[in-house]
Design a binder for this molecule. Structure first.
Ligand SMILES: [Zn+2]
Length: 119
């Protein structure tokens, strides 16, 4: 599996094929979540989100692996797409909205450098 640096380089190099959201998810899962999130999660661009106020969302049901949707609008802003993906992954890790546990998880991601190459 390619590491995050090579995936980010592919984003900025027009000659290289862009990494998929699932490739980024797997790399983030390994580096920042100790592979605790489901490897079977579906991670997709969504045209439907373009018509809403959301840039990303996570759908979870007890029977199925989680589904992360990132607005296809963010294809134009890869770093925002990556930050949104990390945001949604923190939701899988800390179910619920943006409560204390989720806030703490986001701070931990930031302290581990998850956003360093993105902002
Ligand atoms: Zn959220």
């Amino acid at each position: 599996m390619p590491n995050l640096n090579s995936l980010y380089r592919a984003y900025s190099d027009k000659r290289k094929k862009k990494p998929t959201l699932k490739q980024l998810y797997l790399a983030y899962n390994k580096k920042y979540f100790k592979n605790r999130l489901s490897v079977n999660a579906a991670v997709n661009w969504s045209h439907k989100l373009r018509k809403t106020d959301y840039i990303g969302r996570t759908l979870e049901a007890p029977c199925c692996p989680p589904v992360i949707q990132i607005s296809s609008e963010l294809r134009k802003w890869p770093s925002i797409a990556c930050m949104t993906l990390l945001h949604e992954m923190a939701h899988i890790n800390c179910p619920g909205l943006h409560g204390k546990k989720w806030q703490k998880r986001m701070h931990r991601l930031a302290s581990k450098g998850a956003f360093d190459l993105l902002w």
